[in-house]
Write a protein that binds this ligand. Structure first.
Ligand SMILES: CCC/C=C/C(=O)SCCNC(=O)CCNC(=O)[C@H](O)C(C)(C)COP(=O)([O-])OP(=O)([O-])OC[C@H]1O[C@@H](n2cnc3c(N)ncnc32)[C@H](O)[C@@H]1OP(=O)([O-])[O-]
Length: 404
């Protein structure tokens, strides 16, 4: 019986030697097949867990934390420690009135049959992200090399390419330059070696949507030309999301407005801090929905809830957005970064091709439809941008009359 990846790898090698002796032609075919198996095993070995030394080192680091990470995280640390050292929960359930021990027991029990190796790895990841959050603000987040963009911070680390909107002083409003950089960054991320791609924001906002200054830079051809060019840019921008070939995760670190909300329907998973809000004030701006939301929002949340957002500008809290299915999970602000990045690092250890192909299977049935929806939405918006209603609303913003 083969009981570990290492043994299985040895087995594959021994079989290769035997087949090479028996038949050079069969060896060729076997070599190709076994190469794939070995690659698979190496990657699953990586998922299997941290070493005991790494686990002990993480345990020591836990004692150096200066800030209390909050009860929820402490319970997670406790549960992972128990699972890693003793395996699945095997003690009897404390009484309802024994609150503390009951909470600890629940946390341990919730890990189910997670293996001790995997629990060790999750424990190590969680502690290192907790230690990271005590360093300067972004330390728990990716720190890998940043590629040269003006409005974004883009880095690849731990198999994750992170695209961070980086105009915090303007609440990450999306300028024409930022649209173009996002298109390029997503294009590169789709082709690089990373397993997943994350979009998040710098500062207190995730994104305040389209930069309304985009409407004030009128070219020689007048407002018609501006509207046409903006429409073309928007079409290309939304298209990259529709065609994005690997898992795309939104890490929503604060309020989200306009196009940054509508596009969430094209993300595969959306994690939000409890302080995030979701607002699509299109009619207030004399505009209409984009990002395929006119089709995807009713599908995700039902026509009535979608209409409240897209027609009547209803701003959702993170909890409400999660309830209607736009957000996957909401986290307390105090542990948002550490919990989300711990989880994403674990996801990013899964086999890359399997994830990409599965994502594509989920999305391919809708692709043609989504491109048609994108075209129709852009066509309507180009008309809207030339309307009095829209121009009046934008002027109002700049006269500081219509802060949302
Ligand atoms: C093309 C596809 C179609 C897209 C549709 C959409 O996305 S529709 C959705 C379109 N989006 C909207 O309608 C949202 C419009 N924005 C707002 O309503 C508010 O700014 C807020 C609620 C986002 C934040 O309020 P707050 O009191 O917490 O902060 P604050 O107001 O002091 O902001 C700080 C600085 O950032 C600036 N800035 C922020 N956002 C934008 C922006 N989008 N544009 C330009 N600038 C923006 C703001 O002017 C200020 O600059 P200043 O004075 O320091 O030079």
């Amino acid at each position: 019986m083969i009981d570990s990846s290492a043994q299985l790898l040895r087995c594959v090698r021994v079989m290769a030697a035997a087949i090479r002796l028996l038949s050079p032609w069969r060896f060729d075919r076997f070599a190709r097949a076994s190469k794939a198996v070995c690659a698979q095993l190496h990657s699953s070995a990586a998922v299997m867990g941290a070493s005991v030394e790494e686990f002990n080192a993480a345990k020591e680091k836990l004692g150096t934390l200066k800030k209390d990470p909050g009860n929820e995280v402490k319970l997670k640390v406790y549960a992972l420690f128990k699972q890693a050292t003793q395996g699945p929960c095997n003690t009897s359930k404390p009484s309802m009135l024994d609150f503390v021990n009951k909470a600890k027991w629940d946390a341990w029990k919730s890990l189910g049959s997670v293996s001790q190796e995997e629990a060790r790895q999750q424990y190590v990841d969680l502690i290192s992200s907790l230690v990271g959050t005590e360093a300067p603000a972004v330390a728990a987040q990716p720190t890998g090399s940043t590629k040269g963009f003006q409005t974004l911070l883009v880095s690849t680390e731990d198999n994750i390419t992170t695209i961070r909107l980086n105009r915090p002083e303007k609440k990450n409003a999306i300028t024409v330059e930022m649209y173009n950089e996002l298109i390029e960054a997503l294009d590169l991320a789709g082709k690089d070696d990373s397993v997943i791609t994350v979009i998040t924001g710098s500062g207190d906002y995730y994104c305040s949507g389209n930069d309304l200054n985009n409407f004030t830079k009128i070219p020689e051809g007048g407002v018609e030309k501006l509207a046409k060019e903006s429409g073309e840019l928007l079409r290309r921008y939304v298209k990259v999301y529709i065609d994005f070939p690997k898992p795309l995760i939104g890490v929503i670190n604060g309020p989200a407005v306009g196009v940054s909300v509508t596009l969430l329907g094209l993300f595969d998973v959306v994690y939000a801090t409890e302080k995030a809000t979701f607002h699509t004030p299109f009619s207030q701006l004399g505009q209409s929905p984009e990002g395929c939301s006119s089709y995807l929002f009713p599908k995700i949340m039902g026509a009535a809830k979608a209409s409240e957002m897209l027609l009547f500008n209803k701003k959702l809290t993170a909890a409400q957005a999660c309830e209607v299915g736009l957000v996957t999970e909401v986290f307390p602000e105090s542990s948002f970064q550490s919990e989300v990045w711990t989880r994403l690092k674990a996801y990013a250890k899964l086999p890359r091709n399997s994830l990409a192909l599965s994502k594509q299977l989920i999305r391919v049935v809708e692709k043609e439809k989504l491109h048609a929806v994108n075209d129709a939405e852009v066509e309507r918006l180009v008309e809207r941008w030339l309307s009095d209603e829209c121009m009046q609303a934008i002027m109002s913003f700049f006269q500081a009359k219509s802060k949302l």
